[in-house]
Design a protein around this ligand. Structure first.
Ligand SMILES: Cc1ncc(COP(=O)(O)O)c(C=O)c1O
Length: 373
């Protein structure tokens, strides 16, 4: 379409710098300083000590005591997820993952030869997990429960009672709880407490990075932290071996982790305000389109509306028709594991309010026409 001269508006990837949200200057300076200081060699495979200490101190300050020797600096949340799933799950093992899901979990499990077992999250309950459903899916082969809170693709945050129930469930069944907290700083009402802070002795492994809260996804800098439960001691050893195998994560960026967690974070206040404004605009505009409904997000920059599709149509057909007609590119819900006939799609709302208003006008006009057929 672009080759034919048409403009495409990319609302399909959660990539803040593409919309003008750049990392704070002191992070860039930390990377440049590290390069100038000759920090160009390998580091210890779990990461440089100041970065591991900064991550441990950050979780501890936020109510989840973690020791530095159970922290690994990784190439983003993504590498952390891959290291831990590889360490924890054998071929044939099962892992409970939310639906809609962030697709990396299912992809890594497929690579390992393990089985993702999807549990429902429900738009009728603000996209909260269906706890009875989660419970009913545990088998002797289940190794871990993945919780993404705040959530991509739904923008949900879970209330404390739900978070506690998920922790209880994992403990009761002897599962590791994999807490994907990459959006933890992006709750519109302020940072969301790490899940481990609700149960410091539980078997929780947390993942996060500089990608979202620090606006530097291209730097591929993140971390994982393994809780103090002795059930996870072997996981620390196995992740350590896998981390040795990949030598280390990019060293100059590890200095930015220190700068991020020990430095000024006022950029996050401004970013949260910008996100809330876009979330309100998005929710109002989408709910005003006949045949479209969406739950108001509470964090991050995603929303997952539903289009009441005519019988026989799929979410992907709708998304492709929208792209061809308007140049607006979103991701169909079945890309996140939803049934194609349910008509879900995910929108990234990082564009300016003015551009978003234009986009939702285009979507409204297109959808009225599409649903008339
Ligand atoms: C839920 C979730 N987990 C992990 C990631 C990967 O993040 P990173 O850039 O830290 O690897 C993303 C990126 O969008 C995400 O949405």
């Amino acid at each position: 379409m672009e080759a034919a001269g048409q403009t495409v508006r990319y609302l399909n990837v959660g990539n803040p710098p593409a919309f003008g949200f750049q990392p704070p200057a002191h992070l860039t300076e930390a990377v440049v300083r590290a390069l100038r200081d000759g920090q160009n060699g390998y580091s210890a495979s779990p990461g440089i000590a100041p970065a591991r200490d900064a991550v441990a101190a950050e979780y501890t300050r936020r109510g989840w005591p973690v020791s530095s020797n159970r922290v690994f600096i990784t190439a983003g949340t993504s590498e952390g997820i891959e290291l831990v799933l590889s360490a924890l799950v054998d071929p044939g093992g099962e892992v409970l993952v939310p639906t809609p899901t962030y697709p990396l979990y299912t992809a890594v499990l497929a690579k390992i030869g393990a089985r993702p077992v999807p549990y429902r999250t429900d738009p009728a309950r603000d996209w909260g997990p269906d706890l009875d459903h989660v419970n009913s899916l545990v088998t002797p082969a289940t190794r871990a429960l993945v919780v993404i809170d705040p959530n991509n693709p739904t923008g949900a945050t879970y209330p404390a009672v739900t978070r506690r129930a998920l922790l209880d469930l994992a403990e009761r069944h002897g599962l590791a709880l994999l807490a994907d907290e990459v959006y933890g700083d992006l709750g519109y009402d302020g940072p969301v407490a790490p899940l481990g802070s609700l149960a410091p002795n539980a078997a929780v492994i947390s993942f996060s990075s500089l990608s979202k809260g620090y606006l530097a996804p291209g730097w591929r800098a993140g971390w994982l932290a393994i809780g103090r439960s002795s059930r996870l001691d072997d996981v620390v050893g196995a992740v350590g071996k896998l981390a040795d195998g990949r030598l280390c994560s990019t060293v100059p960026m590890q200095y930015a982790v220190v700068a991020a967690l020990e430095g000024d974070r006022s950029h996050q206040d401004a970013f949260r305000v910008a996100l809330r404004e876009r979330a309100v605009l998005t929710t109002n505009a989408l709910n005003a389109i006949p045949g479209v409904s969406c739950v108001a997000p509470r964090a991050a920059f995603y929303v997952m509306p539903k289009v009441d599709l005519p019988p026989g149509k799929t979410d992907e057909e709708y998304v492709l028709a929208l792209l061809r007609a308007t140049g607006v590119l979103c991701v169909h819900g079945s890309g996140f594991g939803m049934p194609a006939a349910d008509g879900f799609l995910r929108i990234v709302f990082l564009a300016s309010p003015r551009e978003l208003t234009e986009i939702y006008e285009l979507m409204g006009a297109f959808t009225r026409e599409y649903l008339r057929v």
